[in-house]
Design a protein around this ligand. Sequence first.
Ligand SMILES: Cc1cc2nc3c(=O)[nH]c(=O)nc-3n(C[C@H](O)[C@H](O)[C@H](O)COP(=O)(O)OP(=O)(O)OC[C@H]3O[C@@H](n4cnc5c(N)ncnc54)[C@H](O)[C@@H]3O)c2cc1C
Length: 325
Amino acid sequence: MSSPRIAVIGAGLAGLACARALAARGAAIRLFDKGRAAGGRLATRRAEAAGQALQFDHGAQYLTARTEGFAALLAACGASPWGEPGRFVGTPGMSALPRAMARGLDLAAARHVTAIEGRPGAWVVRHLDAALLRPGRPRPATEPEAEGPFQAIAIALPPVQAAPLIAPHAPEWPARLAAVRMAPCWTVMAAFATRLPLPDSLRPAPGGAIGWAARDSSKPGRPAGAECWVVQAGPDWSRAHLEDPAEAVAPALLAALGALAGADLPAPAHAAAHRWRHSLVEAPLGEACLADPALGLGLGGDWCLAGRAEAAFESGTALAAALLP
Ligand SMILES: Cc1cc2nc3c(=O)[nH]c(=O)nc-3n(C[C@H](O)[C@H](O)[C@H](O)COP(=O)(O)OP(=O)(O)OC[C@H]3O[C@@H](n4cnc5c(N)ncnc54)[C@H](O)[C@@H]3O)c2cc1C
């Protein structure tokens, strides 16, 4: 019997875990992601200021493993300890973890999936060059490409992005997705010429602007000589300032960091802000995945279980087992 051909949409940790588990079960996998590479919220941004290489993990800060399976994956992908015992980071950046997981998988990067068509046993994925769908660009006249047939499709996207793809085929699922709540997170990446008078990481008491801040350059394997900081706003501040321009967010959060340091910060050599509209899960689905093996469709992601990378791994692994027992 030939291998089942299965599409996985979303190459974040959940989609990668799902794709690897399906491939291990003998499936032929085609993976789609709108990003330029695999990783999703396990992400690293690079920059330069005054000839100094800079680097920031602007999504997940560190990973923890409660299960043997995830601990083994972190070890296999070269994760290194950082900070408090039990915390691990990708080296030389967080994005090294998903890159290692994606090795050997057939990934169509920079492809935005716009629709799922077809029928059980013969699903078709419609996808378009992600650059054509950037915010602010007019709706493209280009017809999305069609790829298939696939015996099954695993969708590993945040609920808001998964709902329109799944609605025509599993009308009862969008209501389940609507019950899931994810917080936004404004994140500032800043570099300084001198060392700030702060510990390597801080999690201030809730209520202020900042939820977490870390000297990203204290992580192993980062560019030598840099003083790089990642400053994340708390969910309340991020919601209240969601539509603020990035140019206003960076100085506001750096002023809040200065207040925590008890001193005016030096002018940053580099400062940029990134808005995550869906960052940490506040109200999860409460089960490892949603899957209908007869239909050949399933949904997974951290949002099924909890706002932790390990939850994404568990959900993706469970989704693979549900679709291809
Ligand atoms: C600011 C921030 C801080 C965090 N801190 C931590 C932490 O310290 N520790 C921790 O354990 N976790 C942390 N997390 C959570 C962790 O990053 C997530 O739990 C995990 O990465 C989620 O993986 P996922 O695969 O479920 O989703 P994602 O990583 O969001 O993957 C979804 C993928 O789908 C793609 N996609 C979306 N729509 C489409 C489409 N239409 N077509 C094609 N592709 C599409 C996206 O490009 C993305 O790659 C943090 C997250 C954020 C944002």
